[in-house]
Design a protein around this ligand. Structure first.
Ligand code: IDP
Ligand code: MG
Length: 150
């Protein structure tokens, strides 16, 4: 089954949005297979966002992400990477559609509440940055046989 790395950023944690966000993914039919809080060390932030190292916003992005604990998750499901990107919405919350997480909860691009991997390759890379194999769990959700058309 496909997996994606999803992370509630410090603003989302501090605003008490973790439960709402987890509920949305659970209700969609996706399966939470790993989760924990972490104050991300600089090395992980740099690895996570290495494509943006040379961007002008990188210093403020690093300060933002290191500003408090993040809630790190791995979600599993058919085509979960694309689904999660749709559910979080556009990078700029002002352009994100209502009904998406960023569209419903954010205003500024530098406080956009949540991260989700942008491709299956990024997902594999990001999951490996943040989770050991034995921190990602395998179990059956009892609704799987009705969520999916087999
Ligand atoms: P994404 O999170 O939707 O994949 P990216 O372009 O990969 O968006 O940027 C990573 C993160 O960097 C964004 O989620 C946002 O927190 C931050 N960011 C991107 N562009 C800007 C900007 O122009 N100003 C401030 N922060 C930005
Ligand atoms: Mg990105």
């Amino acid at each position: 089954m496909d997996r994606s790395f999803v992370m509630v950023k410090p603003d989302g944690v501090q605003r008490g949005l973790v439960g709402n966000i987890v509920s949305r993914f659970e209700a969609k039919g996706l399966k939470l297979v790993a989760a924990r809080f972490e104050n991300l060390p600089e090395t992980c932030v740099t690895e996570q966002y290495k494509e943006h190292l040379s961007k002008p916003f990188f210093p403020s992005l690093k300060t933002y992400i290191m500003g408090g604990p993040c809630f790190l998750m791995v979600w599993e499901g058919r085509n979960v990477v694309a689904i999660a990107r749709k559910m979080i919405g556009s990078t700029n919350p002002q352009e994100a559609a209502p009904g998406t997480i960023r569209g419903d909860f954010g205003i500024d691009i530098g406080r956009n509440v949540i991260h989700a991997s942008d491709s299956p390759e990024s997902a594999a890379r990001e999951i490996a940055i943040h989770f050991k194999n034995n921190e990602v769990f395998s179990y059956t959700r009892i609704d799987e046989s009705v969520v999916y058309e087999y």
